[in-house]
Design a binder for this molecule. Structure first.
Ligand code: GDP
Length: 317
């Protein structure tokens, strides 16, 4: 069994690659829920949904979030009614949030609600929220504001300079059922090319998960979301800098230093990769920009082969 830790955009592409080369029952995906929000009365879990839609083959390619071909009539009507509309939910996407909110209101934990929705969507891999407990990623800006992650990311388009990121509720959160067992029992743990501060950071902030990564006998392999001196997309660079990490593959290695065995960097970083190699940390260069399905599968295959050289993989796509 392979355990992958991920956020929603870069991570979801990598997870699609894993699904292409592994039988679904061998894949357990631990997903960030620090970005979750209450919107129009609904429980929205953006990263869980991106992973779910990616695996169900219905993630919008154009937008990178939400459902392919979705419409936005409800959003337009909400605007007419004077409701906040800076966070966009598509019409068919709404069904996921309605179903999740209803399951939670019936008293089910998020992990069960997620399993039910994933099964209904025909997803064979196991999708686990990092925790059933609330943990909210908060962004403190240099102008003294304390923003919910989506306020920073979507409403303010990552523009405000950031002082620090905090995880509200982390101390009292517990790993969702199955998370620690998946890390301990995996043949390999893969950290997707996701934002190390706001996607993987919240997962590591759940007490017990970081220790499980340190203690697992499985190799822990991370794919860098940083190529050269910038993130492939999004605010990872600015957020890493705010946390005193170099914006480079060295910064990724530092963020995961206490548990990382193998770092996968893009060939563009071959020079820095050579400097970073040391006893206990392998650094391999593999093309890591995922545009096509072939790119995703090739990167996933490379990560798995570095972790488990004897593993038999499917040839798909
Ligand atoms: P979020 O929850 O939507 O922020 O999703 P993630 O954290 O999973 O994805 C964002 C990260 O993915 C950013 O830091 C990007 O640099 C990285 N990323 C996006 N596309 C790619 C890609 O094709 N290759 C690599 N290596 N990183 C990527």
């Amino acid at each position: 069994m392979i355990c992958a830790l991920t956020g929603g955009t870069g991570g979801a592409k990598f997870i699609q690659g894993l699904q292409a080369v592994l039988p679904p029952q061998e894949l357990v995906i631990v997903v960030n829920t620090g970005d979750d929000l209450r919107w129009w009365g609904l429980h929205v879990s953006p990263d869980l949904d991106s992973v779910l839609y990616a695996l169900a083959g219905c993630l919008s390619r154009e937008r990178g979030w939400g459902l392919e071909g979705d419409t936005f009539h409800c959003l337009e009507r909400m605007k007419e009614l004077g409701a906040p509309a800076w966070f966009q939910l598509g019409d068919r996407d709404l069904a996921t949030h309605l179903a999740r909110t209803q399951l939670l209101a019936e008293g089910r934990p998020l992990s069960q609600a997620t399993a039910k929705i994933a099964a209904a969507a025909g997803v064979g891999a196991r999708i686990l929220p990092m925790s059933d407990d609330p943990l909210a990623t908060r962004v403190h800006t240099t102008d003294g504001r304390d923003l919910a992650f989506q306020e920073f990311f979507v409403r303010e388009r990552c523009q405000p300079p950031v002082r620090a990121v905090h995880f509200l509720g982390a101390q009292d959160s517990r790993p969702a059922p199955g998370v620690l067992d998946a890390i301990a029992g995996a043949g390999a743990v893969l950290i997707a090319p996701s934002n190390p501060i706001t996607s993987i950071g919240p997962i590591l902030a759940v007490p017990g998960i970081r220790r499980a990564l340190r203690e697992t006998s499985a190799p822990v392999v991370a794919v860098s979301p940083i190529v050269g001196t910038a993130a492939v997309s999004g605010p990872a660079g600015a957020l890493m800098a705010a946390h005193g990490l170099p914006v480079s593959i060295a910064g990724i290695a530092e963020a995961y230093a206490d548990f990382l065995d193998v770092l996968i960097a893009d060939p563009a970083d071959a020079g820095s990769a050579a400097e970073l190699r040391r006893p206990g940390l392998q650094v391999h260069c593999v093309p890591s920009i995922m545009k096509s399905d072939d790119d995703k599968a090739a990167l996933a295959r490379a990560a798995l082969q570095l972790a488990l050289p004897d593993l038999a993989l499917a040839n798909a796509p």
